[in-house]
Design a protein around this ligand. Structure first.
Ligand code: NAP
Length: 298
């Protein structure tokens, strides 16, 4: 156990009526290989979750599809009864098949079942934040989200969900969701090398909506770039630290949910996210991405 001493890098953000640390934790990698089955080291996974909260993290991202159920059950084992300050975000819209695939499951009855499954496996009466996961494993796909999103709004009106978000969404789907009900976040793939959502990040920042990049460190394929390595070398830091510090600087509405099953990496990432980046570093890092950077936190 660690004693929380310093505020986490990036400070806090408000998701609806919930204050969360911008440095959060993504729990997906706690399940077995390819997010199926139990972890090889169950005690280690529980220890990582407890350490994250001990170090001050108040935002954990999960899904009942991870494992399936494995990650949520680990969170419950490690942290229930949950501290009042902790907010757990989950996702619905996909399940798992026997081959480890992620089949879409967005019919009203699928979503109702997934919300109840998350409540059960996490041991909660109300889910703090539910993201409707759209698209497929290849990324966002166009098309109306009205029916599945309205189903989640019904569940919210029944008191089972506090706040809604969307994930793996196109900009048009974000607009459509917001025309139906308020959302507090968009969770899409974004990192130093994948900057497709640059303009969306900025627009959401203007409207006070969080942008939560998944795969902040590259996910299953770690970020690799000579520019990133050069900045890391001259900062005497790891590329992971630079990638996280860049995201926190990129825009104040970005919330980090890096995943790790390692206590050492968790501590390293928290310390590293606070790395100061010079203007020269930022210019070099901006050139890695493909989008156009238009805003950055001072
Ligand atoms: N909405 C969606 O569709 C969606 C899709 C994917 C993920 N997500 C969410 O996003 C979260 C983050 O994604 P992710 O965990 O897949 O990817 P990630 O955070 O980009 O990267 C995690 C990987 O980086 C490694 N890592 C972490 N810190 C490291 C360090 N300091 N040094 C070396 N390696 C390090 C981890 O390995 P170790 O375990 O060895 O540290 C793990 O393999 C997930 O937990 C999940 O909650 C959402």
């Amino acid at each position: 156990m660690s004693t929380p001493s310093l505020p986490l890098p990036g400070g806090t953000w408000t998701l609806g009526d919930m204050t969360v640390t911008r440095f959060g934790y993504g729990a997906m990698q706690l399940a077995g290989p390819w997010v199926m089955g139990p972890p090889a080291d169950r005690e280690g996974a529980v220890a990582v979750l407890r350490e994250a909260v001990d170090l001050g993290v108040t935002h954990i991202d999960t899904s009942d599809a991870y494992g399936p159920r494995v990650t949520n059950e680990l969170i419950r084992e490690a942290l229930h009864p949950y501290p009042a300050s902790l907010h757990i975000a989950t996702k619905v819209g996909a399940t798992r098949d026997a081959q480890g695939g992620w089949p879409v499951a967005r019919r009203p009855e699928d979503l109702r079942r997934q919300v109840h499954d998350n409540l059960t496996s996490l041991g909660l009466d109300v889910l703090d934040l539910v993201n409707l996961r759209l698209g497929n494993a290849e990324g966002p796909r166009p098309g109306s989200l009205a029916e599945p999103f309205e189903t989640l709004v019904e569940l919210q009106q029944q008191g089972l969900i506090r706040h809604l978000g969307v994930s793996n969404a196109t900009e048009e789907q974000v607009r459509e969701a917001r025309s139906i009900a308020p959302i507090v976040c968009v969770q899409n793939m974004y990192n130093l090398a994948h900057r497709h959502d640059d303009q969306l990040v900025d627009r959401l920042a203007t409207d006070g909506i969080a942008y939560v990049p998944y795969f902040p460190l590259g996910g299953f394929t770690p970020l690799q770039s000579s520019a990133l390595s050069a900045v890391a070398a001259r900062s005497k830091a790891t590329p992971m630290s630079v990638a996280l510090a860049w995201l926190l600087r990129r825009s104040p509405n970005i919330l980090l949910i890096p995943g790790t099953s390692s206590l050492a990496h968790l501590r390293e990432n928290i310390a590293g996210a606070g790395l100061p980046l010079s203007d020269e570093d930022l210019t070099a890092l901006d050139e890695i991405g493909t989008g156009t950077l238009t805003a950055r936190q001072p």
